[in-house]
Design a protein around this ligand. Structure first.
Ligand code: ATP
Length: 516
């Protein structure tokens, strides 16, 4: 890399000198008259040679994955993982499942005597940031194996045969340095179903991977761990027994797991005594391990920015808001009229969500963050895995309440509901096509079905959305005073927390409760 930079620098100097010398040929300058024609030809020749060398070195395909390129520089120790299972919080059942593989690597002779074959491939699948890479590193750490990381996209090349060659090189090294763990992140980049998109280079790479996985002899302790966000896209051949035959779902952490992940990531941070990790775990429903790690780090940065020696709950709240709602826009240029609309819109969301008890409203804000002009920070009071039809309808009403509030107060609607409409339509579509919660009855539909019956489905989806919108509008009409009060307070203070919202509700006694 360094050599390339130096060549590039000399090339630039050469090009500049050559240009000056050519210019001097047509418009002679007295200061350059001493340079002989021989010297001039030397400068031009060297520049041309450098140019040819630079262009050709850039166009050569790299035949080995980046993990192996600086093989000489990378000592074997560097490929050892220092991550252990103690660093992986939650995910207890997955760690238990992997224990057997670890035992296999650590005591392989015991299994071989019994004639048992070492499991070759494990596939982690699930949403991003849930700890798939971390788990693979922990398996390597627990077994003191060499950890070879490669990303699926590194094998995708325009030159036919390059990807396959890289796969071969990777496996050769893994065998040489056994026991080893090969971790292929984003394996879908090379492992998608072959009939879906026919691509010669990709097919060759996948074939090579299959050949390498089949080609292990049982004396080699090499485990391949793949990770993907899309298991459904992978080629059947990759998933069959003898290849990636263990599929492990790694999902977003539940309340208890979030608590443990936060504990791991705050272990070495000075926390204020008042901080309750359980409380933070509650407020971070739906977030991945990576997002929780990010929140712990952001909180520490905010504490430093505020010149504090300990991280307080306020720093955590600010970090959660930063991760959930985006960066606060400094000096926003929102028009007064727009500010009024946003206040009414957000007040609508908060009031309907609160009355229908879809979520605990924590904060309403009209301070722009990221792309949003305002937002309602809310979270469910407990982790939920099942939703009733009524609960989904309530969610839709909560999402459409922003638009309903605009309609009710201004008799006009704006583009501010775009994101809400997307989310509400998605829930309605799932109700019709996946959960059998429409008048079409208990049926689920695949993509083909949906494509061919879209007109019928659209009517069902529309019915659900119309009902959700009507309910939201009704609640807001019956609580118009609260809506105006919350919107006006937002205009004045920009932020309302849950206690202030409760206080406003108390003023107007018992609001209409649609959830009962
Ligand atoms: P992707 O699918 O995007 O590749 P991933 O599932 O491989 O993501 P990781 O890279 O393993 O996710 O996780 C990112 C970071 O999130 C980790 O380095 C770690 O700091 C944190 N993290 C995620 N899950 C956990 C967990 N269960 N315990 C502790 N930390 C975690």
């Amino acid at each position: 890399m360094k050599k390339k930079k130096i060549t590039f620098l000399i090339l630039i100097i050469g090009l500049i000198a050559s240009t000056i010398l050519i210019y001097d040929k047509y418009y002679p300058s007295p200061s350059l008259s001493k340079i002989s024609i021989g010297d001039r030809i030397t400068v031009w020749t060297v520049t041309i040679i450098l140019l040819i060398y630079y262009v050709s070195s850039n166009s050569k395909p790299q035949l080995v994955p980046s993990v192996l390129t600086n093989e000489k520089e990378t000592s074997r120790e560097k490929d050892k993982s220092n991550v252990s299972f103690n660093d992986v919080a939650g995910l207890e059942e997955i760690k238990e499942e992997l224990q057997e593989t670890i035992d296999f690597i650590n005591n392989s002779s015991k299994y071989r005597k019994m004639g048992a074959k070492i499991p070759k491939g494990i596939l982690f699948y699930g949403p991003p940031g849930t700890g798939k890479t971390l788990l693979a590193k922990a398996v390597a750490g627990e077994t003191n194996s060499t950890f070879l990381y490669a990303s699926g996209s590194e094998f995708v090349e325009k030159y036919v045969g390059v990807g396959a060659k890289r796969v071969r090189t990777l496996f050769e090294r893994a065998k040489k340095e056994a026991p080893s763990i090969i971790f292929i992140d984003e394996i879908d980049a090379i492992g998608t179903k072959r009939n879906l998109d026919s691509n010669n280079e990709k097919d060759q790479t996948l074939n090579q991977l299959l050949v390498e996985m089949d080609g292990f002899n049982t004396d080699e302790t090499v485990i391949i761990i793949g990770a993907t966000n899309r298991l459904d896209l992978l080629d059947e051949a990759l998933l069959r027994p003898g290849r990636f035959d263990r599929h492990i779902y790694v999902g977003n952490p539940n309340m208890k797991a979030r608590e443990k992940i936060l504990q791991v990531h705050t272990k070495n941070k000075p926390l204020d005594k008042t901080i309750d990790i359980v409380d933070i775990a509650k407020k971070t429903h739906g977030l991945s391990g990576a997002e929780l790690a990010n929140i712990a780090n952001e909180a520490a940065i905010i504490a430093v920015r505020n010149n504090k020696s300990k991280i307080s709950i306020d720093h955590f709240d600010a970090a959660i808001e930063r991760v959930l709602a985006g960066l606060e826009v400094k000096n926003p240029t929102v028009l007064l009229k727009e500010k009024k609309t946003v206040s009414v819109h957000e007040a609508g969301h908060a009031i309907v969500s609160k009355i229908l008890k879809t979520d605990l409203v924590q904060k309403i804000s009209i301070v722009p963050r990221g792309q949003a002009l305002g937002y309602v920070l809310k979270f469910p009071d407990e982790d939920r895995y099942l939703f009733t039809k009524q609960e989904l309808m309530n969610k839709i009403s909560g999402l459409l309440a922003g638009r309903a509030a605009e309609q009710l107060i201004f008799n006009e609607i704006t583009t501010g509901a775009k994101d809400d409409l997307d989310k509400a339509t998605h829930i309605a579509k799932e109700m019709v096509c996946s959960y059998g919660m429409s008048s079409l009855g208990p049926m689920a539909m695949d993509e083909q079905h949906i494509k061919h019956n879209y007109d019928i489905l659209r009517i069902e989806i529309k019915k659900i959305l119309d009902k959700g919108y009507k309910d939201a509008l009704k609640i807001l009409e019956e609580n118009k005073d609260i809506l105006n009060h919350v919107a006006n307070t937002l205009m004045e203070k920009e932020i309302i927390d849950n206690e202030e919202l409760d206080a406003i509700f108390k003023i107007y006694e018992n609001p209409f409760d649609c959830a009962t």
